[in-house]
Design a protein around this ligand. Structure first.
Ligand code: RB5
Length: 151
């Protein structure tokens, strides 16, 4: 499993903590930046992480900004990406199991470090259920990218 991570300045510290946490578990990481607390634009880092998820270099992506909202909005504009903003462990598990979310977004100013790491572990530790009803719903969601409804 290879995880691509990106943050803006507001979540630079949390990104680094998550990277260290994953590396300690033997999980490979790709750090897409940002590399300092200098002000930057979250969408640039959402783009970098999502490109790696879409081209297969990364298994999954993790995006962190102050709220997680800007990152998730930007990521979900990119074709192929299903980004879930999570603030609790239940949602992190459910979004892998039901939505097969390929990117997780977190708000560094919303969740504490302990909860953030629990969310990350729950997200990475849960597979897609593969259940037909969830696969059908995901297919319908992805068709919305091209305005081709399956209804
Ligand atoms: C940066 O100040 C902040 O707007 C950003 O981290 C994020 O919360 C945007 O959604």
């Amino acid at each position: 499993m290879i995880i691509a991570l990106g943050s803006d300045h507001g979540a630079f510290e949390l990104k680094n903590i998550i990277i260290e946490h994953l590396q300690q578990k033997g999980i490979k990481t790709i750090d897409c930046g940002t590399n300092s607390v200098d002000s930057c634009d979250y969408s640039d880092y959402a783009q970098k992480v999502c490109a790696l998820v879409n081209n297969g270099e990364a298994t999954l992506g993790i995006l962190v900004c102050g709220t997680g909202i800007g990152m998730s909005m930007a990521a979900n504009k990119i074709a192929g990406i299903r980004c879930a903003l999570c603030g609790d462990v239940f949602s992190a598990k459910a979004t892998r199991s039901h939505n097969d979310a390929n990117v997780l977004a977190l708000g560094a100013r919303v969740v504490g470090v302990g909860l953030a790491l629990e969310i990350v572990d729950a997200y990475l530790g849960t597979p897609f259920s593969g259940e037909q009803r969830h696969a059908r719903r995901i297919e319908k969601v992805m068709k919305l990218e091209t305005n081709k409804s399956l209804q």
